[in-house]
Structures are given as structure tokens and as C-alpha cells.
Design a protein around this ligand. Structure first.
Ligand code: PLP
Length: 388
């Protein structure tokens, strides 16, 4: 059975071109970039080149890019780094109710250490109101952190407006752009960003590598202490093959993302329309227009997300649900609840995230298979019987 992967928001396959670029850095060019001999210098040159590529993609300067172990570390570094370095100026952070756990958990960690965090609500599409951001700013606010686009429902936030507000108030602005960089244009100057998190494995690069963009002059306390790598901003021998792969993935994204976004949004809209027509009693989660080109998130009435997922998996279709499995308990996603969904609607959600390998045939296959799965699950649901 041909498997269809529709979970690119979770991770993407590493492109063969990226693997090819990485390979020599495991074996022949294995030097430590901090070594002054030629092996070290070759590795250093490769890291520097990747840094230039990452910077170019987001309109930054190369010295403003700090390589990290991925999006989680970049988010933690932004939040804790700003908090530790600027705690003397204020102890207030503004974020939203829909952030990735890497941001919310870092905020909760800081709350336990005396920081105050405002979690802004979102509307039913998942949009933050920039005026809410403005109203939440106090003379103690040191950081605003708003994700560029939701990993769950795909809604793209009005970062340019939020950026203007942050800049006028003289407050640092961070954005978790893990789901947007490499997919849609992101420019740190246009968006007036001070800090921006990136992860390579979301756009066909390797896992375990990413970056934090840090605008020149931003005061940030490092999380890692040790060697002087990354201009003393992130100690530890660089993940050279990972960084090289990251750089190559960035280069490919830079060349191809415009066309690819167009293609994917066509497939996305077709899938949404098909699901609405063929299933009925479903709700599209997230904004209908201001959304990532590859994201489809729907709540299906009287069908449980996990059950749909398992049944799809049996048919070779790999998607994801909006319910985040939190260790032992199965909690409905905080982000979906923040959009105003009931716990039942959140539990009945399904996310498809498209990628490079997906075709119209894949979309057709989902549309062929899912209505039957939903009908079967609804037939077993006492609630469905009672409302029909
Ligand atoms: N932020 C967002 C919005 C994400 O989707 C993810 C990945 O799931 C992360 C952060 C974490 O990135 P990483 O897996 O590179 O740590």
C-alpha cells in the first residue's frame, strides 16, 4: 500500500540534496570549527556560509543568526534570555493563548520565578488583536512573544501591526516562526522583529538544528555556558553537518517556496472544499484566508480525532489530530480551546499538513476514504443518533 504523508507540520523528510550536502561533513570535513588548522577552517567556512544563507532568507545580517538545536531551544533562549538580561527593567511578558508549548512552558517556568505573563486571547479564527497587545503593555513589559503562524490551525498573525506597536512602545518582539520560515516570506525588518525562532526540520532540513535571529543590540543572557561558540551566545561545538543541511534547505526554500506555496494552497483549498462537500457537519478551524498554504484543520462532529487518525493510518494516510497527547492524560489542545471550540470539538479535530511530495491524487484519496470512516464512527456514536 502506498503511504500518504500529510503531517508536514510535525516534520518533513530531509531532501536528497540536503543529505548530499551534509554527507562530507560527517567524514571528510569533520573538523571542529573552533580549531585553527585547515580541518577546522573548512568546517568554520561551511558554518559561516550556512549562516549567510539563513540570514538572507529572513532579511537579517549573518551576525544576527545564532544556531541552536532547533525551534524549542530558540524559543527558550528568546524568552529566558530576554527575561534574565532585562529583569532589572521589568518583569512582564506578553504572549498569546495559542503558542507552541516551547513558548508557553518557558513562560510558566518564568512565572514561577517572579515574572508576570499575560496570555492574550484570540478570536474564533485564532487571530490576536493588535490592539489587545497595545492595551496589555505596561511600563514593566520587557517582551512580546507572538507566534507567526499556528502549527495547529495555520492562522497567520498580523505581525506587521504587532511589530509597529512593539517598536513604538520600545518593547522587544519575539516570534516563533517555525511554521512560516521556508514556507512563506518572512522579513525581520518588515515585521520589526527583534527575535525570531526557526527550525530546519519543518522545511526539509535535518532535525535537531535551528536558529534564533537576534537583532543587533538586543540584550540576551545565554542559556548555554562553556566555549565561546556563536560569539559567546550559545556554547557547544557546532552541529556542523546539521548546520550545513539547514543552509542547503534554506537555499532550496528560497528558490522554490513561492511556486510551492501556490501549488500547496490549491491542494489545500481543494481538500477543504471536498471535505465540506462530502462529509458535512464539519467546521474549518483557523482563518479561511490568513492561513498557511499547507494547513487544513477541521473538527468533525461526533467523530473522535484519534479514531479518525487510526482508521486513516490503516489506509496508509498519516495525519494528525488537534489533541495533544500530554504524557498520561489526553488533553484537548489548548490552542483549539482558545479559539472557542468545545472540548468535544477539539477532540474531534484532524489536521492535514501538506508538503512537497503530495499530489492531487493524495487529496483525492483522503476524500475517497475519510467520508466512509466518519460515517462508520458516527454510526457508533449515540450522540450522533440522538441529533439525527
Ligand atoms: N514552535 C512551533 C510553532 C512548532 O511547530 C515546533 C515544532 O513542533 C516547535 C516550535 C519546536 O521546534 P523543534 O521541533 O525544532 O524543537
Amino acid at each position: 500500500m502506498k503511504r500518504i504523508y500529510l503531517d508536514h507540520a510535525a516534520t518533513t523528510p530531509v531532501r536528497p540534496e540536503v543529505v548530499q550536502a551534509m554527507l562530507p561533513y560527517f567524514t571528510d570535513i569533520f573538523g571542529n570549527p573552533s580549531s585553527i588548522h585547515s580541518y577546522g577552517q573548512e568546517a568554520r567556512a561551511a558554518v559561516d556560509e550556512a549562516r549567510i544563507r539563513v540570514a538572507e532568507l529572513i532579511g537579517a545580517r549573518s551576525e544576527e543568526i545564532v544556531f541552536t538545536s532547533g525551534g524549542t531551544e530558540a524559543d527558550n533562549y528568546a524568552l529566558k534570555g530576554i527575561a534574565y538580561a532585562n529583569g532589572h527593567k521589568g518583569n512582564h511578558i506578553i504572549t498569546t493563548a495559542v503558542e507552541h508549548h516551547a513558548v508557553t512552558e518557558a513562560c510558566e517556568f518564568l512565572e514561577k520565578r517572579g515574572f508576570k505573563v499575560t496570555y492574550l486571547p484570540v478570536d474564533r479564527y485564532g487571530l490576536v488583536d493588535p490592539q489587545d497587545v497595545k492595551r496589555a503593555i505596561t511600563d514593566k513589559t520587557i517582551l512580546i512573544s507572538v507566534m507567526h503562524a499556528s502549527n495547529e490551525v495555520g492562522t497567520i498573525e498580523p505581525m506587521d501591526e504587532i511589530g509597529k506597536i512593539a517598536r513604538e512602545a520600545g518593547v522587544y518582539l519575539h516570534s516563533d516562526a517555525v511554521q512560516t520560515v521556508g514556507h512563506i516570506p518572512v522579513n525581520v525588518d518588515e515585521l520589526k522583529m527583534d527575535l525570531l525562532s526557526i527550525s530546519a526540520h519543518k522545511f526539509y532540513g535535518p532535525k535537531g538544528v535551528g536558529a534564533l535571529y537576534v537583532r543587533k543590540g538586543t540584550r540576551l543572557t545565554p542559556l548555554m555556558h562553556g566555549g565561546g561558540q556563536e560569539e559567546k551566545r550559545r556554547a557547544g561545538t557546532e552541529n556542523v553537518p546539521g548546520i550545513v543541511g539547514f543552509g542547503r534547505a534554506v537555499e532550496l526554500a528560497h528558490q522554490e517556496m513561492g511556486e510551492e506555496a501556490k501549488r500547496l494552497s490549491g491542494l489545500r483549498d481543494r481538500l477543504i472544499k471536498g471535505l465540506e462537500e462530502r462529509i458535512g457537519d464539519i467546521r474549518l478551524n483557523g482563518h479561511p484566508a490568513k492561513r498557511l498554504p499547507n494547513n487544513i484543520n477541521v473538527s468533525v462532529e461526533c467523530a473522535e480525532g484519534e479514531s479518525m487518525l487510526l482508521n486513516l493510518d490503516l489506509e496508509g494516510i498519516c495525519a494528525s489530530t488537534g489533541s495533544a497527547c500530554c504524557s498520561s492524560s489526553l488533553e484537548p489542545s489548548h490552542a483549539l480551546l482558545a479559539l472557542g471550540l468545545s472540548p468535544e470539538q477539539a477532540h474531534g479535530s484532524l489536521r492535514f499538513s501538506l508538503g512537497r511530495e503530495n499530489t492531487e491524487q493524495d487529496v483525492e484519496r483522503v476524500l475517497e476514504v475519510l467520508p466512509g470512516i466518519v460515517a462508520k464512527l458516527r454510526a457508533m456514536s449515540p450522540l450522533w443518533k440522538s441529533i439525527r
